[in-house]
Write a protein that binds this ligand. Structure first.
Ligand SMILES: Cc1ncc(COP(=O)(O)O)c(C=O)c1O
Length: 460
């Protein structure tokens, strides 16, 4: 039951009824407020008091083409008028067929088979299930285990969460799906001392840890390795040179599927439709979501190779897996129109042409004592904050709490920059703005961060 008359006090209604995701609610329970965003235009969003903020995170790595595209709204309305819903459960509709054909055209190698979901976690879940069924059909039923990397986030369904490598997010829901194992990620800033000056050797070392984990678990028990092209959680870890080449060789040698989880990295975030193309590897499966529609409606996708689909072309073999809303006609139509915008406005080229300038601009911040590292690729960067730059000493939990939650998050918001201050690994600020922007916006981001970060040390 509502305690306030409906529509009269949104803050009170939020306090009383809204359950936000991954969020603490204690400040609301004690009378605090939540930012309420009412509209977006280009790379800006506006709150209910009309204040403008720079959307430095594209919502949540989603709104790559920018806010306020009326063209996408019109496509939605038209599709809803023509055919609002039809499932893909043994039937098809035009937008899903057209989008599947288009995505297969962007994907590398023989990744030609497109299975739609409504988001990234469901795409990861689908890939996990496909990997298991694949090996059962292949006469290797013991191959069920999955390897992923330290600190990686792969979603919240119980299978995807089992692959996720963030203990605090998993513990409340255990036991999860068994049989997932971790290897080191590619955080070069915190690489073992012996690789301090040699990123390539570090990459090969990190790839070998996957081989080692397969050996430790037993090659007959391992089905798949899930990796992001650039790992988000922990603060943007790009792959060192040679890393994916070696991982691909290892997966081939042990008959283990390589899943490229591009929930964030696809659709322009790194500068191509699929980021495996940016880094020159061909996975067995791509999972993605987020910017496929630039967030105008939810849609996710799992793209599998011909080899993985082939058994399903025979007899009554079926992938008993599906989502009512997977590949929704309105979502598929919006994805097509969103990708038209990408091509018409050369958005991937914009990222390719400007990524280095973005990184150089952000790297100016390394003159601040608190900034230890600026890393990433494309329009996707993490800025690691440190207590002592010379030793790379990080903050303890209590300092991190004060720095990120009590100071940085509200201070950046106050300064008009929406981005993420994240402490799932060492403290980082993460940036993933709409891919429409250029140098003047890079400068704005840098100067806003500079003024807030310059104050930060004194707040710990
Ligand atoms: C790499 C990766 N995989 C999976 C997911 C889960 O996606 P969703 O929230 O759409 O379920 C995310 C979400 O951020 C992600 O970054």
């Amino acid at each position: 039951m509502s305690t306030t008359p409906r529509g009269t006090d949104r803050q009170q209604a939020a306090r009383d009824h809204l359950w936000m995701h991954m969020a603490r609610h204690s400040h609301l329970a004690s009378g605090g407020t939540v930012p309420v965003i009412t509209r977006g235009e280009g790379h800006n969003i506006y709150d209910d008091a009309g204040k403008e903020y720079f959307d430095g995170l594209s919502g949540l790595f989603v709104v790559n083409a920018g806010h306020g595209r009326t063209e996408l709204a019109e496509v939605m309305a038209k599709q809803a008028e023509k055919l609002a819903f039809m499932p893909l459960w043994s039937y098809a509709h035009e937008p899903a067929i057209d989008l599947a054909e288009r995505l297969a055209g962007y994907a590398p190698g023989d990744l030609n088979r497109v299975f739609f979901t409504t988001g990234g976690g469901e795409a990861v879940e689908s890939a996990f299930k496909l990997a298991k069924q694949h090996f059962k059909m292949k006469g290797k039923p013991g191959k069920t285990k999955v390897i992923s990397r330290a600190l990686a986030y792969h979603g919240t369904p119980q299978g995807a969460l089992a692959i996720t490598s963030l203990p605090d997010m998993k513990t409340p829901f255990e036991p999860l799906v068994p049989g997932t194992f971790r290897v080191p990620n590619t955080n070069f800033y915190r690489a073992p001392e012996m690789f301090a000056d040699n990123e390539k050797d570090f990459g090969l070392w990190a790839a070998e840890r996957i081989r080692e984990a397969i050996e430790f678990e037993g090659p007959d028990s391992v089905a798949a390795v899930f990796l992001e092209p650039v790992q988000n959680s922990g603060g943007c870890f790009p792959p060192p040179p040679g890393y994916f080449e070696r991982v691909r060789e290892i997966c081939d040698e042990y008959d283990v599927l390589l899943v490229s989880d591009e929930t964030i990295c696809a659709f322009g975030r790194i500068g191509s439709m699929f980021a495996c193309n940016d880094f020159g590897y061909v996975p067995d499966i791509i999972t993605s979501a987020k910017a496929l529609t630039s967030g105008y409606v939810p849609l996710g996708v799992m793209i599998a190779s011909d080899r993985l689909f082939e058994p399903f072309t025979k007899g009554d073999t079926t992938f008993y897996h599906g989502y009512t809303f997977g590949g929704h006609p309105v979502a598929a139509a919006v994805a097509m129109a969103n990708l038209d915008i990408f091509e018409r406005e050369s958005l991937n080229e914009n990222v390719k042409n400007n990524a280095e300038k973005f990184k150089e601009t952000l790297s100016k911040l390394t003159d601040l004592d608190i900034v230890g590292d600026v890393r990433g690729a494309g329009y996707f960067y993490g800025i690691e904050l440190v207590k002592d730059k010379s030793t790379k000493e990080t903050f303890n939990d209590e300092e991190s709490e004060r720095l990120l939650r009590q100071y940085l998050t509200p201070a950046l918001w106050e300064a008009g920059l929406y981005c993420r201050a994240d402490d799932r690994g060492d403290p980082v600020i993460q940036l993933a703005p709409p891919i429409t922007i250029g140098q003047s916006e890079f400068d704005y981001i840098e100067s806003t961060l500079r003024s807030v970060l310059a104050e930060a040390s004194s707040k710990i």
